[in-house]
Design a protein around this ligand. Structure first.
Ligand code: GLU
Length: 466
C-alpha cells in the first residue's frame, strides 16, 4: 500500500523520437506520471533525440500529442537530450580525471581480432583494451571508455524485479564518448537523469541490463543512485513482444483508426501490468490516489484488443453525449449534424464498442434518399415484407402522436391484430428506415428520423398498394 507523499520525487519519461508513441511507451509514461502525481512530486519529459538521423519532428509531435491526449501532463518544459552534449562530454572528462574512464586508441582491426579470438575459444567477448591501464597516449582519434569494475558484483534492488545482481566481470568497458566527441546513449541518460534530479527511473525491463552499466557511471561520479523500477514489456496475445504484426502499436492509431477514448486507453494501460486488489476501474484522479510501484506485476502482460474494446464501450456509454457527437461527426462526414447526433446519442451509444461503430450506427440519420440498402437489408425486403411495410405506412400516417410510446403501442397493437411477432414488423421496418439489419430500437429510430422522413423511407421500400 502506498502511504505518505514525497515532493522530492522526480520521475521522467524519456522516449526516443524515432516513430510514434508506442503503446508500451505510453504505459511507461503513465506509470511515471502516476507515481509523481501520487507522491506530489514532479514528472519530467525528456526527448532523447541524440540519434539525429532517426529523430524527426513528426515523431516528437506524435509523442507530445499522444501524451496530451491521454492527459499525461509533464512539469515544466520538455528537455531535449541533444542540447546537453557539451555537458555529457564534460562528465566523460571528469570520469577520465577521476580515473574511472580512459582514452582508447584501439583500431577496428584490433577489436575484430579480439572478437574472433573469443569466438574461437567459445567464450563471451568482452573488450580488453591495452589502454585501460596505460599511462601513454596514442595517436589520432580515440574513444573514451568507462573503466568498468571487474571484481565483485553490482546489485540493484529493483522495485519491480526485486534484487538483481550481475558479476562485474560481465560488464564491459563501454564507450562514453565516440571518436567524433559525441556522447553515447549510456552516458547521456545518466548525466541527464542526474542533472534533472530524477529520483525514480521507471522504464521497460529491456533497459535492465543498461542499468548495471549506468550505475557504474553513477558510482564513478559519486552521484546518488536513483531508485529503479523495470517494468515487464507488453506482449501480444501469442506471448511474443508486442510488435506491428499484432496490429496497431501506436497510440494515435488507437485514437484515430480504432476510435478508442482516452479514458479507456488510460484505464486499460493502467490495469495492464498493475493492480490494486481486484478493482478494475479508475479515473485518473482515483488512480493518482492509490498508485504505487508495489502493484506492478513481475511478468509480462498480454495486450488484449477485445478487452480494450469492451472497456471502451463501457466508457462510451458513460461519456457525455455532445462530446461523443463531436467526436463522431467527422467520421460521418459533412452531412452530419452535431445537434441531431447529440439528441440521438442516448440510444446510439448503448451498443457501440468504439467510435467507428458509433459512427456507423448513426449514419442512418444522415442518409439521403433513395437509401442504399445493405445486402442483408435488401434480402429481408421480400414481397411479403414489402406488403407489411405498405400497411404499416398507412397506419403510421394516421398516428397523431409521434413519440416512442405511442408508436410502440400502435405497432404492437397492429402486430397483435395480424397475429405477427413484433420482429416480423420491426425487421423490414429497420431495413427500410436505416438500410441496415441492426440499429437502435425501431421506435427510437422513427422518432429520431421524424414523421416525414420515416414515412418517405418506408414508402420507398413498400409495395404499391394493391
Ligand atoms: N530513450 C530510451 C528508449 O526510448 C529510454 C531510456 C530510459 O528510459 O532510460 O528506450
Amino acid at each position: 500500500m502506498a502511504s505518505g507523499s514525497d515532493s522530492a520525487v522526480v520521475t521522467r519519461f524519456a522516449p526516443s523520437p524515432t516513430g510514434f508513441l508506442h503503446i508500451g511507451g505510453a504505459r511507461t509514461a503513465l506509470f511515471n506520471w502516476l507515481y509523481a502525481r501520487r507522491m506530489g512530486g514532479r514528472f519530467l519529459l525528456r526527448i532523447e533525440d541524440t540519434d539525429r538521423a532517426r529523430s524527426t519532428q513528426a515523431a516528437i509531435d506524435a509523442i507530445l500529442d499522444g501524451m496530451r491526449w491521454l492527459g499525461l501532463d509533464w512539469d515544466g518544459h520538455e528537455y531535449y537530450q541533444s542540447q546537453f552534449w557539451a555537458r555529457h562530454a564534460e562528465v566523460a572528462h571528469e570520469l577520465l580525471a577521476r580515473g574511472h574512464a580512459y582514452k582508447c586508441w584501439m583500431s577496428q582491426e584490433e577489436l575484430a581480432a579480439q572478437r574472433e579470438r573469443a569466438q574461437a575459444e567459445r567464450r563471451p567477448f568482452r573488450i580488453d583494451s591495452p589502454w585501460r591501464d596505460s599511462a601513454g597516449e596514442g595517436e589520432g582519434a580515440f574513444v573514451v571508455r568507462l573503466k568498468a569494475p571487474r571484481e565483485g558484483e553490482t546489485v540493484i534492488e529493483d522495485k519491480v524485479q526485486g534484487r538483481v545482481a550481475v558479476q562485474n566481470a560481465e560488464l564491459d568497458d563501454f564507450i562514453l564518448l565516440r571518436s567524433d566527441g559525441t556522447p553515447t546513449y549510456m552516458l547521456a541518460v545518466v548525466v541527464d537523469d542526474h542533472d534533472m534530479g530524477v529520483t525514480h527511473v521507471i522504464r521497460g525491463d529491456d533497459h535492465l541490463n543498461n542499468a548495471f552499466r549506468q550505475l557504474a557511471i553513477i558510482k564513478g561520479m559519486g552521484w546518488p543512485q536513483p531508485i529503479y523500477a523495470h517494468v515487464p514489456l507488453i506482449h501480444g496475445s501469442d506471448g511474443a513482444k508486442l510488435s506491428k504484426r499484432h496490429g496497431a502499436t501506436g497510440v494515435e492509431s488507437y485514437r484515430d483508426e480504432l476510435g478508442i477514448l482516452p479514458e479507456a486507453l488510460f484505464n486499460y494501460l493502467l490495469r495492464l501490468g498493475w493492480g490494486h486488489g481486484d478493482r478494475e476501474e479508475f479515473t485518473p484522479a482515483e488512480a493518482t490516489e492509490v498508485f504505487d510501484l508495489d502493484g506492478i506485476g513481475k511478468s509480462p502482460s498480454r495486450f488484449d484488443l477485445k478487452k480494450l474494446q469492451n472497456l471502451n464501450g463501457h466508457y462510451i456509454r458513460a461519456a457525455d453525449d455532445k462530446r461523443l457527437a463531436e467526436l463522431i461527426a467527422p467520421r460521418i462526414g459533412p452531412q452530419s449534424d452535431v445537434a441531431l447526433l447529440t439528441e440521438a446519442m442516448p440510444v446510439l451509444k448503448t451498443r457501440a464498442r468504439d467510435l467507428n461503430e458509433l459512427a456507423e450506427g448513426a449514419a442512418f440519420l444522415f442518409k439521403v434518399r433513395p437509401l442504399q440498402l445493405s445486402d442483408q437489408a435488401q434480402a429481408l425486403l421480400e414481397p411479403s415484407a414489402k406488403a407489411v411495410l405498405a400497411r404499416i405506412s398507412a397506419r403510421l400516417r394516421a398516428e397523431q402522436d409521434w413519440t416512442t410510446e405511442a408508436l410502440e403501442a400502435n405497432l404492437k397493437a397492429y402486430a397483435e391484430e395480424q397475429g405477427l411477432g413484433l420482429g416480423k414488423l420491426a425487421q423490414p421496418l429497420r431495413a427500410a428506415l436505416t438500410g441496415q439489419t441492426t440499429s437502435p430500437g425501431i421506435f427510437d429510430v422513427l422518432v429520431l428520423l421524424g414523421r416525414d422522413e420515416s414515412l418517405a423511407r418506408i414508402d420507398a421500400q413498400a409495395a404499391e398498394p394493391a
